[in-house]
Write a protein that binds this ligand. Structure first.
Ligand code: ADP
Ligand code: MG
Length: 245
């Protein structure tokens, strides 16, 4: 049946994903072990500068451990997309803390143009914040070779939705990559997991919204996130009752 086919496709996709994650975890383990063995041997050799060696090896190990932690965290976020705790909150509530977080770093300029209306949505707050963290991170990573890390976020109300745009002046997305950026594990980065946008898409669509982008290679990229506004039906009833009086 179509349902059985869909299920076996889903299981196939999960197996492929697990295989890739296992591969990504195994990859750095060999060089990590080799460099520790090298350090052990060097400790026995009086002609070696053990201090500078251990500094170099530990820097490398810390970097690799951070990368492993990122893989584990991205994978668990991806696996937990459907475990949501819906809350009611405003878009501004999730964007403002991110500005504080990123703008404290030198050379980073994240601008936010808020909307004249207060836009309330109902979604998992932690997850929705993650959507914008992932989009901002990607925007910053795409701007790596530019003079400035500039990201502008704009919030607008459009009919019964709130539209958020996250724009950068980074390297842009090539036509070949454009078709695949939302596919889990697709990355053009040496230390990327390729899960960021797949996570974003899952979270946004779970919340009843949509995510898409426009990009021009060499000029920059804009991501769009549209979310349905939360309509408080009890408040509306109150208003009607008030009008009746
Ligand atoms: P990762 O960041 O780990 O590579 P993502 O799913 O977040 O994984 O992104 C997938 C790919 O989409 C990136 O490797 C990059 O090629 C492309 N991409 C995403 N956002 C941008 C952006 N703002 N500018 C240019 N390329 C982008
Ligand atoms: Mg990313």
């Amino acid at each position: 049946s179509a349902r059985a086919l869909a299920r076996s496709e889903r299981e196939g996709a999960w197996k492929e994903m697990a295989r890739q994650v296992a591969h990504e975890i195994k990859n750095p383990l060999t060089p990590m072990k080799l460099s520790l063995q090298f350090l052990q041997r060097s400790a026995q050799d009086p002609s070696q500068d053990i201090h500078s060696l251990s500094k170099r090896v530990s820097d490398m190990l810390i970097e690799q451990i951070d990368q492993l932690a990122k893989i584990a965290s991205d994978f668990s976020q991806f696996a937990n997309i459907h475990h949501t705790k819906p809350e009611t909150f405003t878009i501004e509530e999730i964007i403002r803390p991110l500005l504080l977080l990123y703008n404290t770093e030198d050379g980073i300029d994240v601008q936010y143009q808020s909307s004249p209306q207060i836009n309330t949505v109902r979604a998992d707050k932690v997850q929705l914040r993650r959507v914008f963290t992932n989009l901002i991170k990607n925007a910053l990573e795409a701007s790596e070779n530019m003079d400035q890390f500039a990201v502008s976020i704009k919030e607008q109300r459009i009919e019964k939705n709130v539209l958020l745009t996250v724009a950068d002046k980074g390297m842009g997305i090539t036509k070949e990559a454009a078709a695949r950026i939302f596919v889990p594990n697709f990355t053009t980065k040496t230390s990327g997991t390729g899960l960021g946008l797949a996570i974003c898409k899952g979270i946004v669509e779970n919340a009843g919204g949509q995510i898409w982008f426009e990009s021009e290679a060499g000029k920059g990229t804009t991501f769009y996130v549209s979310l349905p506004l939360y309509i408080d039906t009890t408040a509306e009833m109150d208003e009607e009752e008030f009008e009746d009086l």
